[in-house]
Design a protein around this ligand. Structure first.
Ligand code: FDA
Length: 319
C-alpha cells in the first residue's frame, strides 16, 4: 500500500494539483470544501483572524499564508499584495507584535503568487511586490518568510530572498530537504545568520535533483538540520515527523542553540503542537486562508494515504 501510494497515487495527486479543470470542479463542490476546512480554516480575512486569535491564546505563534500560486497576470499579483497588506494591517491591530527578538506574527509568501513567473520581468516584479509586503511587516512588527516551490524556481527564489535580506535581515527562507542541493544551501544561509525554515518538500521532483525515497529524505533532513543548528542562524523546524521532532533537543544542546522554533501546518498534529508549546517550546502554526486552496489542499492529500482515505470516505458518505 505504501509503495502504491508513493509511486502512483502521490504523483497523480500532485499532477492533478496543477489541472485547472479539476480545480474548478473541486471549487464547486460544497462537500470538498467541508473537507478542505480541516487544512484551510477560512476563505476570508475575518475567518483567519478568528483562528489566529485562538492559536495565539493557546500560546502558539502564527505564520499566515494568503493562498494562491503561479499567477500569470501582473494585476493578480497586485491583488495578492493588497490581500497581504490587509492581512498585516489586521494582525497589526493585535497587541502581540514585536520589534526585537522573536516576532509572534508572521506571513508566508509564495513568490509565484507575486509575479515570479510573469514573462516580462517576473523576477523584478516579484522582488518589488515582496518588498512592499516586507515594509508593511516591518512597520507592524511581524516577520515574513518566503515559501519554497518547485525546483525550477529555487535559484530565482534564493536570489530574491538574498536581495530582500539586505534591507530586512529578519526575512525567513524555506529550504526543502528532499533537494540534493539543500545541504549546501543550508550551510550558505546559516553562515549568513539567516532564519531558515527547513521542510521535507511537497512537490513531485525528479530523481536528478531530489531524493525520492522516504528514508533518504528524512536522512537529508537530519543532516541539513545539523548544519542549521551548528550555524549562526535561526532554525525553524517545519515537520510533523516524530523522528525529526525528537532529534531537536539533542541538536540544540550540542550546539548551545536556544533560538529556534518548531513549525507545523494548521490542522495537522494539533495535540503535538499544544504539547510542545506547553513544555516551553516556540511553536508556530502555518495558517493558510483564501479561496485559492486547491493546490495547497491537493499537496496535503498527497502527503498521507490516511488523508486521501478520509477525503474519499467523506465523498462516499454522501451517496
Ligand atoms: P512526513 O510527511 O513524513 O509526515 C510525518 C508524520 O506527520 C506523518 O506520519 C503524520 O503523522 C503527520 N503528517 C504529515 N503530513 C500530514 C498531513 N498532510 N496530514 C496529516 N498528517 C500528516 N513544502 C514545500 O515544498 N514548500 C514550503 O514552502 C513548505 N512550507 C511548509 C511550512 C510548514 C510550517 C510546514 C510544517 C511544512 C511546509 N511544507 C512546505 C510541507 C513539507 O514540505 C511537507 O510536505 C510536510 O510538512 C510533510 O512532511 P513532514 O516533515 O511532516 O513528514
Amino acid at each position: 500500500m505504501a509503495g502504491l501510494f508513493a509511486h502512483t497515487l502521490r504523483p497523480a495527486l500532485l499532477a492533478a494539483s496543477r489541472v485547472e479543470r479539476l480545480r474548478r470542479a473541486a471549487d464547486r463542490s460544497a462537500l470538498t470544501r467541508r473537507v478542505v476546512r480541516r487544512f484551510v480554516p477560512g476563505d476570508s480575512l475575518d475567518e483567519v483572524v478568528e483562528v489566529v486569535v485562538a492559536l495565539r491564546d493557546s500560546g502558539r505563534y502564527i505564520s499566515s499564508d494568503y493562498l494562491g500560486e503561479n499567477v500569470t497576470d501582473a494585476d493578480d499579483a497586485a491583488d495578492t499584495v493588497r490581500a497581504y497588506l490587509g492581512l498585516l494591517d489586521a494582525l497589526g491591530r493585535r497587541d502581540d507584535c514585536a520589534f526585537d527578538g522573536v516576532r509572534p506574527l508572521e506571513v508566508s509568501v509564495k513568490l509565484s503568487a507575486l509575479g515570479q513567473a510573469l514573462d516580462r520581468d517576473g523576477q523584478k516584479v516579484a522582488l518589488e511586490n515582496a518588498r512592499t509586503i516586507c515594509e508593511r511587516a516591518q512597520a507592524i512588527g511581524a516577520w515574513v518568510t518566503v515559501d519554497a516551490e518547485d525546483h525550477t524556481t529555487t535559484d530565482s527564489t534564493l536570489s530574491i530572498s538574498g536581495d530582500l535580506r539586505v534591507d530586512f535581515p529578519w526575512l525567513g527562507t524555506v529550504l526543502q530537504a528532499y533537494l540534493r542541493r539543500t545541504h549546501g544551501d543550508c550551510a550558505e544561509l546559516a553562515s549568513q545568520g539567516a532564519r531558515v525554515r527547513l521542510c521535507k518538500g511537497a512537490y513531485d521532483e525528479p530523481a536528478s535533483v531530489a531524493y525520492r525515497d522516504t528514508a533518504d529524505v528524512t536522512d537529508s533532513y537530519l543532516r541539513c538540520l545539523r548544519v542549521l543548528f551548528a550555524g549562526g542562524g535561526y532554525p525553524m523546524v517545519a515537520s510533523h515527523d516524530p523522528a525529526i521532532i525528537a532529534a531537536v533537543p539533542a541538536l540544540a544542546s550540542e550546539f548551545g542553540c536556544d533560538a529556534y522554533e518548531y513549525q507545523m501546518l494548521y490542522g495537522i498534529r494539533d495535540a503535538e503542537q499544544r504539547r510542545l508549546a506547553a513544555t516551553g517550546n516556540a511553536v508556530r502554526v502555518y495558517v493558510p486562508f483564501g479561496t485559492q486552496w486547491y493546490g495547497y489542499f491537493m499537496r496535503r492529500l498527497a502527503e498521507r494515504p490516511a488523508n486521501l482515505a478520509f477525503f474519499v470516505r467523506a465523498l462516499s458518505a454522501r451517496t
